[in-house]
Design a binder for this molecule. Sequence first.
Ligand SMILES: [Zn+2]
Length: 187
Amino acid sequence: MVKIQVYTKQDIKFDFNKHVDLILSVVPQNHLILLDKISFVDSYDKKIGCDQDGFGCYYFEKKSGTILINLSNLIKHRIPLYLLNYYVEIASLYLSEIIGHEIGHHVDRFWKHGTKDKERYAQKYAEVCYYNYFKKRKKTILLSYFLGEINILDFSKKDRLLFKERRKEHSQWFHDNESKFDLSGYP
Ligand SMILES: [Zn+2]
């Protein structure tokens, strides 16, 4: 069982336990062996040696792996707070790529014994995780985009068009990649 911990001073409505569990359900379960926890933090402890600007950080000690996710960096550059609070299905989809990348590092470390290009492997893994997550939650994610598209109270016409474009892009991308990622496709 991977522990999910949230250490933040920010007011975030997102249900981390629920969505991280959903994300973890789309990766092969043996890939999670020796992965101890996923912790959401506002900043990285300087002692650990994570890239202070990174969204996620993977490290291992005492024979188990830990994933840290930096909420401040994430909110600033990838998943704005309004998505985490009100469009949780979209936020969760984006998060599946971030977490997938770090699980990729764990799989690389424990199962592949370190491939030549670690970042490339992790990014490939992230892409498959993102695809499988989208496949699992397709209807709810597309509905979430649609709700943004018709929300005239909170969004300008320009912003609503963006929701619409993203919804169409995601449908198209899923359709185009179906054969590429079929049968899980994990590297
Ligand atoms: Zn990486």
